[in-house]
Design a protein around this ligand. Structure first.
Ligand SMILES: Cc1cc2nc3c(=O)[nH]c(=O)nc-3n(C[C@H](O)[C@H](O)[C@H](O)COP(=O)(O)OP(=O)(O)OC[C@H]3O[C@@H](n4cnc5c(N)ncnc54)[C@H](O)[C@@H]3O)c2cc1C
Length: 398
């Protein structure tokens, strides 16, 4: 192994969504020291493929507006037994999509103008802490850093105990092109539960790009993955039954498959004095929904603000998770995992009995206590009380 040794102010172990976002926010914060920071980014991936698409809601223009691939101001929702769509009232939000490749290129072009940042294509094997610095060990070298931002999930796993819930959100998407113009590109389908429901939670979402092209994605929340053929069969059946697309009337231009862990196990933000976990590795995935992209942006903005405006609070203290949000996620996850009430009913109650904008605010953890109480009057209370007791008991057993 060719061992090289260098010292940096900041080292990013992993340069995906969280690493690149934080770097971008640090470089765009009002941080006078930025040009003097000696920064290293380590990732084995060249990031030349569109390995994922991120969807999220946002009110107004965001920092990455220039690379938003599509956005929709109209979202539709279907309950499991509804033939009628429900048009969701999402104002002031828009539902947006950013392609991973556009994001990597956008940040990559900016990084090329930042002489203080070095990129190394290499695999991190371990991180260890010393008194003054941390050392990142890669396949080909060792790098000392005063502070390491780690987004590699397997290096520091969450503190999972047997009582913690470990659901998986797994999804298979087809980028299709139909022969006929069948989509309305101004409206997307957020959740369609009219697919056969098992004991888990299953839905399809559809994001049209134009009248003939759309991403149609079959999503499941369950403890285990399905055989691959089941995702394809579910998508094929959905296209035929609900979009009127028989075999031979459309082409699959690309596919996407992903698995997002959903857990109430606590994530460690600072596993070592000089290491901060970010992204999914830092618990930024919303436990009850899997949405992560916007949480990464908010976290990155928050960390960058701590650098730009030094406060008495340490970074670790400022990253503490609000208990109310943890409780809400834990309860919802408990209801879904323990099947205290069918998942499709849980989401139908939420979206059909509340303005979608309020649910988005709630999921963004921006809702007030009275908003949360209002939402609680629209869910199946016995199931949620059992969920609260189940989640509370698991917390007390920590
Ligand atoms: C297919 C897919 C679709 C998704 N869609 C959405 C969505 O629509 N909306 C949403 O909010 N969230 C979505 N998510 C969830 C989440 O937003 C993404 O997973 C997001 O990329 C998480 O960012 P991250 O930086 O934590 O992880 P990543 O973006 O995966 O970055 C981790 C980086 O670490 C690197 N790495 C791994 N091992 C090593 C190693 N040993 N050494 C060095 N580097 C290493 C990887 O190459 C990668 O670049 C999706 C996830 C997937 C998988």
């Amino acid at each position: 192994m060719d061992k090289s040794s260098s010292a940096f102010d900041l080292v990013f172990a992993g340069a995906g969504c969280a690493g690149l976002s934080l770097l971008w926010h640090l470089g765009h914060a009002d941080w006078a020291e930025w040009p003097n920071q000696h920064i290293l980014l380590i990732d084995p991936a060249a990031k030349t493929q569109n390995d994922r698409t991120w969807c999220f809601w946002e009110a107004g223009a965001g920092p990455f507006e220039a690379i938003v691939h599509r956005q929709w101001s109209q979202l539709d929702f279907y309950g499991a037994h509804d033939s009628q769509l429900q048009a969701l009232d999402i104002a002031p939000y828009a539902y947006k999509m950013i392609r991973g490749l556009d994001f990597y290129r956008h940040i990559g072009a900016w990084l090329a103008t930042q002489p203080n940042v070095t990129l190394v294509q290499d695999e991190v094997l371990a991180i260890s802490d010393n008194t003054e610095t941390s050392v990142v060990v890669t396949r080909r070298g060792e790098y000392a850093g005063k502070l390491i931002f780690n987004s590699i999930p397997h290096l520091f796993e969450p503190l999972a105990k047997p009582q913690h819930i470990r659901l998986l959100q797994h999804f298979c998407g087809w980028f299709i092109r139909s022969q006929q113009p069948i989509f309305d590109p101004t409206r997307a389908t957020l959740m369609d539960f009219r697919v056969p429901q098992s004991t888990d939670t299953r839905f399809v979402y559809t994001m049209p790009f134009d009248a003939q092209r759309a991403l149609v994605e079959f999503t499941v929340f369950s403890r285990a993955l399905l055989p691959h053929a089941d995702y394809d069969a579910a998508l094929q059946a959905y296209l035929t039954t609900h979009l009127g697309l028989a075999d031979g009337t459309y082409a699959i231009e690309d596919t996407e498959f992903g698995v997002i862990p959903m857990t109430d196990a606590p994530f460690v933000r600072q596993p070592m004095p000089h290491v901060v976990n970010i992204g999914s590795a830092g618990g930024r995935t919303k436990a009850s929904t899997g949405y992560t992209f916007q949480r990464i942006q908010h976290d990155s903005q928050h960390i960058a603000a701590q650098f730009a405006k030094p406060t008495a609070q340490s970074l670790a203290q400022s990253l503490r998770e609000p208990m109310r949000a943890r409780a809400m996620d834990g309860i919802l996850l408990n209801v879904l995992d323990k099947q205290r009430y069918p998942g499709h009913r849980v989401f139908s109650d939420l979206f059909q009995r509340n303005p979608a904008s309020l649910i988005f605010k709630f999921l963004d953890e921006q809702s007030s206590l009275s908003d949360d109480l209002r939402i609680m009057t629209t869910v199946n209370l016995p199931a949620f009380i059992k969920g609260a007791v189940g989640w509370g008991a698991s917390v007390l057993r920590l």
